[in-house]
Design a protein. Structure first.
Length: 275
């Protein structure tokens, strides 16, 4: 399974969908919906049927200003859900959305296939050793600050150059730890203003020069709501348009809440490019 996971996710030519499964009470658009195990199982099944390749499970809300929770609470949220998901969907690929070493380790012991760390290994540095130990991909996401502080006047001299340099430093650090299966996420909305997000999106192709798969998570984000004047559940058409542009810029992993519309985007993309 781990080999299949790496082959599918590290292919720079094949786009895949990562479905979001938040088991939190306070995530920005779906908090509290899937905390119960049965609800999480049903939603996971729906996303897999709609075309998700990966299910990203998280028990720590990283929305701007979200409260910091103890490690034990995060484990209490994610462990029973992961156990049930992996038992019911043994052929699915799962990622654990956490920056904590212990949470990641317990998830990997259960059979999770990817570590998705919003801190890119900076909050608990030993988490990166797990990627080498378990031979799983590690998602390096850029964030300025922490979820509690990141939207308090974020500032960059040059947002593209600074994120690019951040990726280079993190890649070098991971290589020193013999971690080579790396996925890059520029972190839309994580310590970035609307203008930063706009510039970042316009220059996404710049990060493909690092030759690692590029992941984005723009699903239902507030900056899309600002552009459209619509709420988080009403911006699916706008997200599809942005995801199409991101495909043209080289993005290959799409972290989304709404899987079916994204699947249709990929179907059209693949049909038009199958020449």
């Amino acid at each position: 399974m781990q080999l299949r996971c790496r082959e599918r996710l590290l292919d720079l030519n094949t786009p895949v969908i990562m479905g979001v499964l938040n088991v939190t009470p306070d995530s920005f658009s779906d908090g509290g919906l899937y905390m119960e195990k049965d609800a999480a199982l049903r939603h996971c099944e729906t996303m897999l049927k709609e075309g998700a390749t990966i299910i990203d499970v998280g028990g720590y809300s990283s929305r701007p200003g979200a409260p910091h929770i103890p490690e034990e609470e995060e484990l209490k949220r994610v462990t029973p859900v992961l156990e049930a998901l992996i038992e019911k969907f043994p052929e699915a690929l799962f990622s654990i959305d956490t920056f904590r070493y212990r949470v990641a380790k317990e998830a990997l012991e259960l059979g999770v296939h990817i570590i998705n760390d919003i801190s890119a290994g900076r909050f608990e540095p030993k988490i990166t050793s797990l990627a080498q130990q378990y031979h799983v991909p590690f998602v390096v996401m850029h964030m300025q600050g922490t979820p509690q502080t990141m939207q308090k006047n974020p500032h960059y001299e040059n947002v593209i150059e600074e994120i690019f340099d951040f990726f280079v430093e993190r890649i070098q650090t991971l290589h020193q730890q013999q971690v080579y299966d790396i996925i890059l996420d520029p972190g839309f909305g994580f310590g970035k203003t609307w203008e930063h997000n706009k510039i970042l999106f316009s220059h996404l192709e710049h990060f493909t020069t690092l030759n690692y798969p590029l992941l984005i998570g723009i699903s239902r984000k507030s900056w899309i709501q600002k552009m459209t004047g619509k709420g988080p559940l009403e911006v699916v058409p706008a997200m599809c348009a942005l995801h199409w542009e991101a495909l043209k810029k080289g993005v290959r992993i799409f972290r989304v809440h709404d899987v079916e519309p994204m699947k249709q985007v990929l179907q059209v993309w693949q049909a038009l490019n199958d020449v």
